[in-house]
Design a binder for this molecule. Sequence first.
Ligand code: FES
Length: 354
Amino acid sequence: MSIDQSHGHPGSDVATTSEGGLPERFENPGLEPHRHRMADVDPKAAKRAERQVAALFGLSTLGTILFVVAYYAVSIEGDSWAEIARQLRISTTLLGIGLALATFGVGAGAVHWAKTLMPDEERIELRHPMRGTDEDRDAALDILREGSAEAGIGRRPLIRNSLLGALVPLTVGPAIVLLRDTGPLPGNDLSTTFWKQGLALVHDPITDPEGLGRKIKPEDLTIGSVVHVLPEGIQAEEVEHPLDEIAKAAVLLIRLNPDDLDEVSRAGAYEGIVAYSKICTHMGCPVALYEQQTHHLLCPCHQSTFDLKQNCKVIFGPAKRPLPQLAITVDDAGYLVAKSPFTEAAGPSFWERG
Ligand code: FES
């Protein structure tokens, strides 16, 4: 059965297959008559649409400005954890609103522009060999030039300028913010964490505000329990950069049946309770998904999977190193404490890492 290549032309026939498998032919109805939009026929409506597009691009510019201002203006500091958590909430909310407005403004403006002002004449293009003739290619170029002229980039300076005014800050603003976050070089700062021998494991106040600074005893944990912990004292006032320290020292504490652990994991565990860095060795996302049946830890960012039974060996995904284990024991009062600091740097690779 051959297919008619003039598909889409009124009056031409198109081959289909009937239920019985026999070819049928029907009249190609062609395109419906083109319907003009308000902006095509009414210059006032076109001007109104132009202003609406410009307003949406302007909204995007404001969103980017809000994003950059919020990044610098809201400092995540405070005298208490409640204050820091509040600042963090304000900062992320403003950053989110700013970025949402910036991307929404550009996207909605472009869609509105295309729907109201750009040419919307339906055209039919015949099927043809992949490479057209030179005449066809020249004609296509003419159509593109004509389309770009009709799109009105040159004729509508308000839209062009407001689009530039939205796109330039949208690309440059976040780029500056991101670049600022890449420096300064960390040196050896990432090789060590706050953990020291004898420091107690305490509830992470950000994941567990109720448990603020509370120490943990082995009997607090049943098999399968997962607790997010930090070293005792990390939130003390004299700690210079507490958020940076927390970012490196966050640990997951999990209780398993000791028989499920291999020899190496058991050496750093206490009665089946194991502690591992929560910072993914791929790109540093928090590894916080624990699968109780398989004893796997999953990083939500790129699905690296670590096997707790085998000292957090990587069994899937892009991470190249196991999560470092924090060896633990109990102190005289029966609280869980670090037996030693991490024996290797937590988190992803970095230049100075050995
Ligand atoms: S950051 Fe964890 S898998 Fe990429």
